[in-house]
Write a protein that binds this ligand. Structure first.
Ligand code: ADP
Length: 671
């Protein structure tokens, strides 16, 4: 076994790999970009080495820099995690040349599976079933359009070198084909430096079922069973589970054998995943990922194995730790990916600092949180916006689902938008409970899953009382601190529980709700340390206590766990994982001039301008596409907020723009 390894990755997967290494007594070397200085993975590792600027190209994707750190730190092996260099055959070869073990498959296997098109051709020859489609070398647009017509619409265009849903377009009619092809190619070129595509029949209600395989260097290849990853948005996984609901042993065996055949066909060694798309009883090969998957923990939870340990052992030349007859599934596991993104705005990534972060309590074998961030860390535009993975286990699917719902209610994030509301809504949805899974689930049930459609907040009185008492408490703390600083402990300012400047000690507080309305309330201290709070709905008695588990609000005798966070005037009261935002306002302050809105088009996140579709003087209808920006390797089209005439286009193609930067202005309406 290795004595020291380097992890060529960041975030939760780097932390995940370090955890197993530590358990096995293997020393760890982390690498980090300038954006990740002090990040969680750098603190968990025994050593952390800088590898350059924030853009991945100049750091996490730099083969020479990473090999250099491995050499200088004396690491014997490199674990690539997922993403970045994990499926880069050149990197695997560079490791070998430097005498360092690449913890992954042989370069030839990576190459063979690296192109979706070539791997399909190979699988076809090995007798693995494929979705009807075109995966040839010729890429002439007219020829591709012909192929699409032959396959029959709807079709799916995929980047041959693809991954992460980039360069993928569903096309419903022949008329849309040319534009979709152009978009897919542009995205593919930007993401993978390769604009070749393939075309497939688009299945309308498929399930995504994948098989975890493992092979050693001694000729053993096994299936570690399936995962169902059908709950997706933008063709990307959001919830994954194992086993796949409804999978019977016969089918599991057939799919497992197909996956093992696929792995054997390329001389596979290590952890890999063979992805299938399934409709009815049929299943078709989609691709093989030649690395550890994001969702590997659900397999670990139901098999009781540590797949990273298996990777280390196999890479060190050992045989697979267990023979197939010792492998079995126990219970049910579900993973939810917690993303910094806004489901209400088409899952737009959300960047910013995690000003408050409280994760569900972990219990071994039942609730697991894999994360790369801590409170105070930032989600930057440079990398994937995943905050964490929450993985739960139960004796059966309903038990796992209950645990999922309970853990999601413990999740507290302030500072970025998250998909927690969406995850909670899915976990609570009867169709999910009934395991009616297919890749269209989120789109089909969208209206019921988005934040606006979710059951309204708890009693507003609870939210207001918590906000008011937290504000009073903070003010008292500030006064006490001031009294201590003044050196006069007898100052009346230091008496926080009885004397108040306002006669009986009442205080008036004003809050603005999310919808812009304001509410006034008054707090009166009571002798027992509690308060009477005059709320719009009438007076209540309330108190706020702190204990090891956090805050406890007791209102008219009923106590509830909650959290309150504050940044400037912005207050978030978090109840059962749900944020209720309020702004404390000073009624005496001059009214704020609202920023001119409506006629401005601004960048919703830090991004690069990739295309400009209008010029000054153009008149455009409302919702006309104006320009395309790219952020987090995703294209985003910005549309006209109103009908009008373009006055100025303020940035050129290729420019980086910050969040909130004005991009296009409209001429003032002539009136
Ligand atoms: P990527 O590697 O970019 O993630 P995949 O080929 O793995 O792309 O496909 C991602 C997802 O897209 C699948 O999980 C599935 O939901 C959907 N998908 C892929 N191929 C098809 C198809 N032929 N018909 C319908 N949906 C598909």
């Amino acid at each position: 076994m290795f004595r020291k390894i380097l992890i060529a990755n960041r975030g939760e997967i780097a932390c995940r790999v370090i955890a197993t290494a530590r358990r096995l007594g293997i020393a760890t070397v982390a690498v980090y970009s300038e954006a990740d200085a002090g990040a969680r993975h750098t603190r968990l590792a025994d050593e952390a080495w800088p590898i350059g600027p924030a853009p991945a190209r100049e750091s996490y994707l730099s083969i020479p820099k990473i090999i250099d750190v491995a050499r200088r730190s004396g690491a014997e092996a490199i674990h690539p995690g997922y993403g970045f260099l994990s499926e880069n055959a050149t990197f695997a070869e560079a490791c070998a040349e430097a005498g360092i073990v690449f913890i992954g498959p042989p370069p030839a296997a990576i190459r063979a599976m690296g192109s979706k098109a070539e791997s399909k051709a190979l699988m076809e020859r090995s007798g693995v079933p494929l979705v009807p489609g075109y995966h040839g070398e010729a890429q002439d647009p007219a020829l591709l359009a012909d192929a699409a017509a032959r396959i029959g619409f709807p079709v799916l265009i995929k980047a041959s070198a693809g991954g992460g849903g980039k360069g993928m377009r569903v096309v419903d009619t022949p008329d849309d084909f040319a534009a979709a092809l152009e978009g897919a190619r542009r995205e593919a070129l930007a993401s993978f430096g390769d604009d070749r595509v393939l075309i497939e029949k688009y299945l309308t209600r498929p399930r995504h079922i994948e098989i975890q395989v493992f092979a050693d260097g001694h000729g053993n290849t096994v299936s570690l069973f399936e995962r169902d990853c059908s709950i997706q948005r933008r063709h990307q996984k959001v919830l994954e589970e194992a086993p796949a609901p409804g999978m019977d042993p016969a089918r599991r065996q057939v799919m497992g054998e197909a996956a093992v055949a696929a792995a054997r066909a390329v001389g596979y060694v290590g952890a890999g995943t063979v992805e299938f798309i399934a409709e009815g009883d049929a299943f078709y090969f989609m691709e093989m990922n030649t690395r550890l998957q994001v969702e590997h923990p659900v397999t670990e939870m139901v098999t009781g194995l540590d797949l990273v340990e298996w990777q280390f052992r196999v890479a060190a030349g050992e045989p697979l730790p267990l023979p197939p007859e010792r492998l079995a599934i126990r219970g049910h596991a579900i993973e939810a990916r917690v993303y910094a993104e806004d489901p209400g705005r088409d899952f737009l990534p959300s960047t910013g600092r995690l000003t408050h972060l409280r994760q569900p309590r972990e219990t071994p074998g039942e609730v697991r949180v894999d994360t790369g961030v801590r409170q105070g860390d930032a989600i930057t535009p440079h990398y994937d916006p995943m905050i964490a993975k929450l993985i739960v286990w139960g004796a059966d699917r309903p038990a796992a689902l209950r645990r999922l719902a309970a853990a999601l209610a413990e999740y507290e994030v302030v500072g970025v938008e998250t998909n927690l509301g969406l995850l909670r809504a899915i976990a609570a949805h009867p169709a999910f409970g009934a395991a009616e899974l297919d890749t269209g689930f989120i789109a089909r049930h969208g209206a019921q899953l988005l934040p606006d459609a979710q059951p309204s907040s708890p009693d507003e009185s609870v939210v207001l009382s918590a906000a008011a008492l937290a504000a009073v408490r903070e003010q008292d703390a500030a006064i006490q601190a001031a009294a201590r600083a003044s050196g006069d402990p007898w100052s009346p300012w230091a008496a926080v529980d009885a004397w108040r400047m306002n006669g009986d000690g009442y205080q008036d507080l004003h809050f603005r709700r999310g919808d812009g309305t304001t509410v006034a309330l008054r707090t009166h201290p009571l002798p027992d340390g509690g308060f009477r709070v005059d709320l719009p709905a009438g007076p209540v008695t309330a108190r706020l206590d702190d204990d090891a588990d956090g805050l406890l609000l007791t209102m008219d005798g009923v106590s509830r766990r909650l959290s309150v966070t504050r940044r400037g005037d912005a207050i978030a009261v978090i109840i059962a994982g749900r944020n209720h935002a309020l702004t404390q306002v000073d009624p005496l302050a001059p009214p704020r001039v609202e920023a001119a809105g409506g006629d401005r088009v601004t960048a919703p996140i830090p991004a690069r301008v990739t295309r400009i579709l209008v010029a000054p003087g153009d008149s455009v209808p409302k919702n006309a596409p104006l320009l395309v920006i790219e952020a987090m390797k995703m294209e985003l089209t910005l549309r006209a907020p109103m009908e009008g005439t373009i006055a100025r286009v303020l940035h050129a193609v290729g420019e980086m723009v910050e969040e909130g930067t004005e991009l296009v202005t409209f001429a003032a309406a002539a009136d």
